[in-house]
Design a protein around this ligand. Structure first.
Ligand code: HEM
Length: 141
């Protein structure tokens, strides 16, 4: 459950990314593909070299969705409803993978924000990504 303080920290943290969403998203994906190679099987049509147009383009889409979610923290189910359908019915992504992306995004944010990625921010991002993952996985039930 996100507290009011978590929500404030998430909005502040996203504010600090100003304009770097594509880079952040691409770095998180790149880390996921490296650290959890089976995740690559969902993207057989992608050029997997670092900084490829596809990895960057996809990073941008994922971060745009997360930024939209940060703007709709009280309404996540609705904000992510279409993506939830897509991941469950069309892409059939095994929900275990959402944790991998969450973890990789946290490392990306930590390396980028340094000391500003405080334990409080870490905890808020962790809760947020768990909430996003449970919405993306809710259609599997
Ligand atoms: C597509 C978001 C996790 C696999 C997408 C798209 C978005 C998105 C915005 C593009 C939808 C469109 O083009 O309309 C997210 C978010 C995630 C997440 C917010 C979790 C935080 C994952 C994970 C995997 C995955 C963990 C698999 C390991 C895919 C695939 C596509 C896709 C295969 C289609 C890519 C393409 O062909 O262009 N996702 N995603 N997603 N996602 Fe996710």
């Amino acid at each position: 459950m996100l507290t009011g303080e978590d929500k404030k920290l998430l909005q502040q943290t996203w504010g600090k990314l100003g304009g770097a969403e594509e880079e952040v998203g691409a770095d998180a994906l790149w880390r996921m593909f490296h650290s959890y190679p089976p995740t690559k099987t969902y993207f057989p049509h992608f050029d997997m070299s670092q900084g490829s147009d596809q990895v960057r383009g996809h990073g941008k889409k994922v971060m745009a969705a997360l930024s939209n979610a940060v703007k709709n923290l009280d309404n996540l189910s609705q904000a992510l409803s279409e993506l939830s359908n897509l991941h469950a019915y069309n892409l059939r992504v095994d929900p275990v993978n959402f944790k991998f992306l969450s973890q990789c995004l946290q490392v990306t944010l930590a390396t980028r924000l340094g000391k500003e990625y405080s334990p409080e921010v870490h905890s808020a991002v962790d809760k947020f990504m768990s909430a996003v993952a449970s919405v993306l996985a809710e259609k599997y039930r």
